[in-house]
Design a protein around this ligand. Structure first.
Ligand SMILES: C[S@@+](CC[C@H](N)C(=O)[O-])C[C@H]1O[C@@H](n2cnc3c(N)ncnc32)[C@H](O)[C@@H]1O
Length: 235
């Protein structure tokens, strides 16, 4: 189903005409509708957060496969909260800490936690991950879909992607700033046998393996629905 077909499910008559006009002017369907589906669940969405992508569902699959039943995990750069929330729904004895630098994105994530009935098992922290300090807290998994587009490539992005928050996309010179920091800073916050799980760009497999090796981790990379490298598991 394409985006116009999706708009037809939500609008009719003159409302549909207005919605299609907005879409043709470069506004993504999710922002026009105000909600989006992720991992079979409904999420409230607005222009303060990245629209959840279906490739990110592969991150959730990997997370579900690697968490114990009563896990404690951290979701860094949580945005709409889609990774943490969809995981908590399927791990009813688990809890999560969800971090984002944007207050407004966290408002969206809090709304989504309520919408999906997990608000009592998720703690939201408004913080810059480059400043975050978890002290001696330990996590079974630290998961993140951080900004990972190299700064020089931002200009080339599709018109629809460019309407999403730039702070959700810019991963620094080579797109790897967040991974390098998260792995080196937070490896001591993993429990024994703890793991990192990252969404990565389709061309970042070699770079994430290098970051893993430099920090004493083995790294395996899984592919997305299009066959591109997409999910890195560091253990
Ligand atoms: C690629 S989006 C991912 C959102 C969501 N996890 C997902 O998978 O759809 C990255 C998120 O990182 C947040 N972010 C950007 N810089 C950050 C920083 N320095 N510290 C914490 N969060 C940051 C943005 O606000 C955005 O919500």
């Amino acid at each position: 189903m394409n985006d116009i077909d999706i708009l037809k499910l939500y609008f009719s008559g003159s409302e549909l005409d207005k919605a299609v006009e907005k879409y043709k002017n470069g506004i993504p369907a999710a922002y026009i509708i105000g909600e989006w589906e992720f991992f079979g669940d409904r999420y409230y969405i607005d222009e303060n957060c990245l629209i959840p992508r279906c490739d990110t569902e592969r991150v959730v699959e990997c997370l579900l496969a690697n968490l114990p039943e009563n896990a404690c995990f951290a979701d860094l750069c949580t945005g709409s909260g889609c990774i943490a929330i969809s995981t908590l729904k399927r791990k009813p004895y688990s809890k999560s800490y969800a971090v984002d630098i944007s207050e407004k994105a966290l408002d969206v994530a809090k709304r989504n936690a309520k919408l999906n009935g997990v608000e009592n098992r998720i703690e939201f922290i408004c913080s810059d991950v480059f400043q975050t300090n978890f002290g001696d807290r330990r996590f079974d998994v630290i998961v993140s879909n951080p900004p990972y587009i190299p700064t020089k490539d931002l200009e080339k992005l599709d018109v629809y992607v460019k309407t999403e928050p730039i702070s959700a996309l810019d991963g620094g010179d080579d797109g790897m700033d967040f991974y390098r920091h998260i792995v080196s800073k937070f490896k001591n916050n993993l429990s024994a046998n703890g793991k990192f799980i990252f969404e990565i760009g389709f061309d970042q497999e070699e770079q994430i393996k290098k970051v893993a090796l430099e920090n004493g981790f083995e790294c395996t990379v899984k592919k997305d629905y299009s066959g591109n490298p997409r999910v890195a598991l560091l253990q």
